[in-house]
Design a binder for this molecule. Structure first.
Ligand SMILES: Cc1ncc(COP(=O)(O)O)c(C=O)c1O
Length: 388
C-alpha cells in the first residue's frame, strides 16, 4: 500500500474516540471536546457575512490580509508587549497549522522537540508529521501542573532544536508565572533553541493573573515563534483562523514558504471577521471569561465535594484535570461514566502518559450543564468506589 510508515503510527485523538462511543449513548452531557459551548459574537458573524456579500471570496496575501496583520500588530503591542511589524506576522489556519508549519520549518529528521507531558495531543501529532522526535517533560499535579525548570534542563540534549510550550495549558489549566518563563528563556538562550509558544488561551486566565508572552522577555524576540488563535477567545473554532509572530527574519522567510506551500492562505471571509474580532468591542470576551471563571469555581468546589476524586484549581484555559486514580484507570472510569451516567470526559492518557489516572473536564459551558455533569459524576464515583 502507498502508506507512509511514520504517519501510520499517528494516534487517533482520544477526544474523537470518546465521540465515537458517545454516538452510541443517549442523553449525554458532553464536557469532552475542548471548545466553547457559545457561538461566535454577532458582530464577528456579521463581518464574515458582509465579506461574503461583498464577494470577498478570493485568495488573500499568503501571510494574510494587510489590514488584519496591522490589527494584529497593534494588539500585540498593546496586550502582549511584542513590538512586531505586520511583516513579522502570518495569519494561519488556526493555531494548529502555525505550529505544524513552524515545526516543518525548524526540524530535520530525528531532531528533538521538548513537549510537556501531559500536553495538547496536536503537539505530539505535529512533531510526528514534521518527522521530529518528541522528548517529554513531565508536569506534575503536586507542582500545580507547573513546569519544573530542572526537568526541562535535564531533557535537553545536543539533538534538541525546539521547546514547544503552551500557557495557559490544555489539558492542565496551569498559567505560567514570569519565573517559569524566565527559566525557559534562559535554557533556550544557553542551548541556542527555538521556543514555539502556544498561546491560544492567552485571554482565558483567572483571578487577575496576567498572561505573559515569552517573546516579550529580554533576548527572546529572535528565538521565539509565538502562536495565537481566534478559536478559543472569540468562540471561533470552526472558522479556522490563528496567527503567528516570527521576528527572526531568516527563520520567517523559510516559514512563509512552508506556510504558502501547505495552504496558500487562510480563509478570506474569515480574515475579515477576524479584523472585526480584534477592532470591535471586547465586552463579549470579558463577560465570557468571567463566566468561565464562575464555571471553574463551580467545578473546583464541586469536585472537592465528591469522594474519591480531586483536582488542582485551574488558573487558565477552560480545563480541569480530575484525579480519578482511586476509582480505576482513566480509560475505565471515562468509559464507565459515559456508558452508565452519560457524562463525557476525556481520559488523561490521551494527553500523554503523564495524564494517566486523570480525566480532562472542559467547563467552557453553561452552569446548568456543569451542575448536571457534577451530579452524574458524584453518582458514578460512589458506585466505582463501592466496587473497589
Ligand atoms: C493548546 C492548544 N493549542 C492549539 C490548539 C489548536 O487551535 P486551533 O483550533 O486554533 O487550531 C488547541 C485546540 O484545542 C489547543 O488546545
Amino acid at each position: 500500500m502507498w502508506l507512509n510508515r511514520d504517519m501510520e503510527k499517528l494516534n487517533a485523538s482520544a477526544i474523537r474516540s470518546m465521540a465515537a462511543v458517545q454516538s452510541l449513548c443517549s442523553d449525554v452531557v458532553n464536557l469532552g471536546i475542548g471548545e466553547p459551548e457559545y457561538t461566535t459574537p454577532q458582530n464577528i458573524i456579521a463581518a464574515g457575512k458582509q465579506a461574503l456579500d461583498d464577494g470577498f471570496t478570493k485568495y488573500t496575501h499568503s501571510a494574510g490580509m494587510p489590514a488584519l496583520r496591522e490589527a494584529i500588530a497593534e494588539k500585540l503591542r498593546r496586550e502582549n508587549g511584542i513590538a512586531a511589524s505586520p511583516e513579522e506576522i502570518a495569519v494561519t489556519i488556526g493555531g494548529e497549522e502555525a505550529i505544524a508549519a513552524l515545526l516543518l520549518t525548524a526540524l530535520n529528521p530525528g531532531d528533538e522537540v521538548i513537549v510537556m507531558d501531559p500536553c495538547f495531543p496536536g503537539h505530539l501529532g505535529t512533531v510526528a508529521v514534521a518527522r521530529g522526535t518528541a522528548v517529554k517533560v513531565q508536569l506534575r499535579e503536586e507542582n500545580g501542573w507547573h513546569l519544573d525548570i530542572d526537568d526541562l534542563k535535564n531533557a535537553i540534549t545536543e539533538r534538541t532544536r525546539v521547546i514547544l510550550y503552551n500557557t495557559p495549558s490544555n489539558p492542565c489549566g496551569a498559567a505560567a508565572s514570569r519565573e517559569e518563563l524566565e527559566g525557559i528563556a534562559q535554557a533556550a538562550m544557553e542551548h541556542d533553541l527555538l521556543v514555539i509558544t502556544d498561546e491560544v488561551y492567552e485571554k482565558i486566565i483567572y483571578d487577575g493573573r496576567e498572561h505573559i508572552s515569552l517573546a516579550s522577555l529580554p533576548g527572546m524576540d529572535q528565538r521565539t515563534a509565538s502562536v495565537f488563535a481566534f478559536s478559543k477567545t472569540y468562540a471561533m473554532t470552526g472558522w479556522r483562523t490563528g496567527y503567528c509572530v516570527v521576528q527572526n527574519q531568516r527563520f520567517r522567510e523559510q516559514f512563509l514558504k512552508v506556510h504558502q506551500n501547505l495552504v496558500s492562505c487562510a480563509n478570506a471571509p474569515a480574515q475579515r471577521a477576524c479584523i472585526e474580532a480584534l477592532n470591535g468591542p471586547q465586552d463579549w470576551v470579558r463577560e465570557t471569561v468571567a463566566k468561565y471563571q464562575e464555571a471553574r469555581d463551580m467545578v473546583y468546589d464541586g469536585i472537592g465535594r465528591i469522594q474519591g476524586i480531586s483536582c488542582v484549581r485551574p488558573e487558565g484555559a477552560f480545563y480541569a484535570m480530575i484525579n480519578v486514580s482511586q476509582l480505576g484507570s482513566d480509560m475505565d472510569v471515562a468509559m464507565y461514566l459515559l456508558k452508565n451516567h452519560g457524562v463525557r470526559l476525556i481520559p488523561g492518557s490521551g494527553f500523554g502518559d503523564g495524564g494517566k489516572g486523570y480525566l480532562r473536564l472542559c467547563y467552557a459551558c453553561r452552569t446548568e450543564t456543569i451542575r448536571e455533569a457534577l451530579s452524574r459524576m458524584e453518582k458514578g464515583a460512589a458506585e466505582l468506589l463501592a466496587l473497589r
